[in-house]
Design a protein. Structure first.
Length: 94
């Protein structure tokens, strides 16, 4: 671990978690899972059950990078925003 990464993890753990999460969202692993979830849910928002889903939401952030597909749901942008307003992943107390 380089000095900057160590500093980020020890002095700003929230920022470090967000950076790792953003990297994961760019990975082939995430792209594959995202596609599978959207197909499984027939591109239908699982929150409102009305809109077309183009985004995938983590129901929990405990297994990021190794999450099973049942922890992921297809959602429309509007519902995804509402879900994140209630999410604890971005809180300061992981």
């Amino acid at each position: 671990m380089n000095r900057r990464a160590h500093y980020e993890q020890t002095h700003n753990p929230l920022q470090a978690r967000l950076a790792l999460y953003q990297l994961y969202l760019l990975s082939d692993t995430w792209r594959f899972k995202r596609k599978r979830v959207l197909q499984r849910d027939d591109y239908r928002c699982q929150a409102c059950c009305n809109a077309k889903a183009l985004e995938v939401h983590h129901k929990t952030y405990q297994n990021i990078g190794d999450e099973p597909l049942f922890e992921l749901i297809s959602v429309c942008k509007e519902c995804h925003i509402q879900l994140h307003q209630r999410s604890s992943f971005f809180s300061r107390n992981p």
